[in-house]
Design a protein around this ligand. Structure first.
Ligand SMILES: Cc1ncc(COP(=O)(O)O)c(C=O)c1O
Length: 390
């Protein structure tokens, strides 16, 4: 490997959310918050250092190079033609989701969402005074599937203003296929339901799985969707927040751009984020991403085989994308509530409790972040084994 994912900065002392919570024991292993432990691709440093050296942070524009890198990235990676005028950015994916909710729905409207679901999505819905309609994912032969019958039935019954899609899905780590997406789009189109698509986890995808951006699904999708992507999850640039929003439909775009103006986000251009995103989208970190994905896939494989080989009573759902893993603990004899406490007390591992962070459909599950070094993963697995043998 050209890049080293075996050593990391000292996250216990850099204000990391994941590793630095004040109430956690000294030897805790942070496997919660969805960021990566690794150093970023070198091109990011190269893009940022000259800006820091100039030490001048006046209002900046999006450069031509930025727009060209975004449009060519979509063309090369997904065969999706995007016009420059369709693009805007805001600092935060969830912020963009919340803005889109405010544009496409009015207080009291319904929003349909696949559950379990990442809690900030629920907060965005509630913060916009909308009602969440749940379309629970169902487990079929050890694999999460979309329940299309329930989806259509709930749309008929509740007439939601929009469908808030999370794809790749957090926390089940499903990467929806183009067929599934086509079916979802066709149903939404038929019933006049708009789509807001949060694709923040689209960059890390394993094996034969393929991410399809919502706007690449069909012309119908272009008419009804707002696409929200950020490079943060793939390239570990969460503290340079930058979400890229693409709106193809003229009417929705006019409404969206009005809000960009209202929030003054046309001026909220972070020169560091623009430089980092430009270098990544020009392809300078492609090789780094390939190696990162291989490293993470090895962690995933190791996690799953260790659980199986040691008869640990947990069932892990093999992730199709992202660096997370969703684990069923319902047969583990540790109850279904506050499972994070079990892992913290018995193994000094901090992870995300399914119910607390992903709602009632997450009860009895935990989500574990595998974007740690392989040696940290090994230590965590040994601690989990010891916790279950007690
Ligand atoms: C589905 C989803 N959307 C959005 C976010 C957060 O993105 P941002 O930090 O850009 O708001 C996360 C973070 O875990 C996520 O899982």
């Amino acid at each position: 490997m050209k890049y080293n994912f075996d050593t990391t900065p000292d996250h216990r002392h850099n204000a990391s959310y994941r590793w630095g919570m004040s109430d956690m024991p000294e030897d805790v292993i942070g496997m919660g918050t969805a960021d990566l432990d690794f150093y970023c691709a070198p091109c990011i440093r190269e893009a940022l250092v000259p800006i820091a050296e100039d030490n001048c942070y006046n209002y900046r524009q999006h450069t031509d190079e930025y727009y060209d890198s975004v449009t060519s990235w979509y063309r090369k990676k997904y065969g999706l033609e995007i016009e420059r005028a369709w693009l805007t950015n805001v600092p935060s994916t969830i912020g963009a989701v919340r803005m889109a909710l405010g544009i496409l729905a009015k207080p009291g409207d319904n929003v349909i969402v696949q559950t379990p679901v990442f809690h900030p999505i629920v907060s965005a819905v509630e913060g916009a005074d909308l009602n969440l309609i749940e379309n629970p994912m169902k487990i079929v032969d050890g694999h999460y599937e979309i329940d299309f019958e329930d989806f259509e039935e709930k749309i008929r019954e509740f007439r939601p203003a929009l469908y808030l899609m999370v794809n790749p899905h957090n926390p089940t780590c499903r990467v929806f296929t183009k067929d599934e997406l086509t079916r979802l789009v066709d149903i939404c189109y038929e019933y006049g339901v708009k789509i807001v698509s949060d694709e923040v986890h689209c960059l890390i995808v394993y094996g034969d799985n393929v991410h399809t951006p919502i706007l690449a699904v069909s012309d119908k999708a272009k008419e009804i969707s707002i696409q929200i992507v950020s490079l943060s999850k793939g390239y570990n640039i969460m503290s340079m927040p930058h979400a890229i929003i693409t709106v193809a439909d003229d009417e929705m775009r006019a409404a969206w751009n009005r809000q960009i103006q209202a929030f003054s986000f046309g001026y909220a251009v972070n020169s560091f984020a623009i430089a980092a995103v430009t270098s990544i989208m020009k392809g300078e970190a492609d090789e780094w991403m390939e190696e990162l994905t291989a490293y993470l896939e090895n962690n995933v494989n190791e996690f799953i085989s260790f659980i199986e080989e040691n008869d640990i009573p947990l069932t892990a759902f093999r992730p199709e994308g992202s660096f997370l893993i969703w684990v069923d603990c319902r047969n583990a004899g540790i109850g279904e509530e506050h499972l994070d406490r079990f892992f913290m007390d018995k193994a000094h591992i901090h992870l995300d409790d399914g119910e607390e962070n992903f709602g009632s459909e997450g009860r009895g599950f935990v989500r574990i972040n595998l974007a740690v070094t392989n040696s940290v993963l090994k230590e965590a697995l040994e601690r989990i084994k010891a916790a279950f043998s007690k």
